[in-house]
Design a protein around this ligand. Sequence first.
Ligand SMILES: [Zn+2]
Length: 404
Amino acid sequence: MLTAGHILQLIRDGSCRTRKELIDHTGLSRSTITDRVDRLIEAGYIHESGVASSGGGRPPSVLDIDAANRLVLVADLGAGHAHVALTDLAARPLAEERVEMRIELGPEAVLSWVRQAFQRLLDRTGRPRSQVCGVGVDLPGSVDHTSGKVIRSFLMPGWDDHLIGEALRSDYDVPILVENDANAMALGEWWSSWRRTRALILVKVSTGIGTGVILDGGIYRGAEEAAGNIGHVRLRESDDRVCTCGSRGCVASLASGHALATDLGQRSSRDVVRLVHAGDPTAIARTQEAGRTLGILLATAVSLLNPGVLVLAGDMAETGEHYLTGIRESVYSRSLPYTTRNLEIATSSLGSRAGIVGTAVIVMEHVLSPEAVDAALAAGPQSRRGPSGAGARLTARPTTDATA
Ligand SMILES: [Zn+2]
């Protein structure tokens, strides 16, 4: 039997826009559909608006997601930045804040800033904390996404085994989801630009190198949540450069932003981007070479998964075409033409906002999943958060709709 949560999915994915379409699509009776739809409206998940084109008679009203009543707070943490956003339930940002911050300051300092920044976003938009129905955090390391625990990251000393949700739960008694940053960025890119493709690989090249894989619309995490961890594949064992992981010849020690910065006598991957933009010929040549080196590895990934899209994200995506050109050269010359004939190799369309958007989508998909919606509806109007914190408290429409 299709529950109200399932009916919501049909409205979300555009399969059905009216009560009549729901009846025709599901085969459920008019009274059952009316019951499901009315409960979704009462709980503020959907609203009826406008009119659909009709062949005469009273025009039916259109059912649409009510994205404005529930809010999501997300934090995108990188090796050298922290970016927070308040979004609606369509992952549209209402307010954002971004600062340069070293994640190696440790979890207490960084998450304390995140908590304060979350509150500033709510204050700026005049929205109450009670409207927040989910929180998401993405990090540059492997995480156990079910427990929200950091498993390992060479970029995040002091964060191993840290439970991210614990620091935020005293403020927000809602689902708190934690994800690897490349996974989040991959989902953000897929969701905003490439929903027609069944397989997408995103490679993030900033201080380090990570990849995220989207298969059939979902993040592919692997057996141990370590899928996509290609930065420490040892490509040249005879190389004398020591990687952040302690090995020699890792692709990260040859082609990451950190490796390029070291080679060029710079401090960070951002400095490398500045040199390339200034037209420095050595920086441009080294950037293209790094792209070719990483491309050798990506040719294997492309041959294995046959993605429709390969997205370059992170600081190196901002070097214009230079890093991307190197990747293209290696991927096309080292893969079967049959595998790559329809492959698009592109830079991130969301840029520095890919992590924020992707993490908001992760929270949105969780909160609006049939299971979470049905649990929230079963908990009744007095407690829309539900027993596991799913859903959100039923609130009146906001009197302010401030955006920033
Ligand atoms: Zn390494």
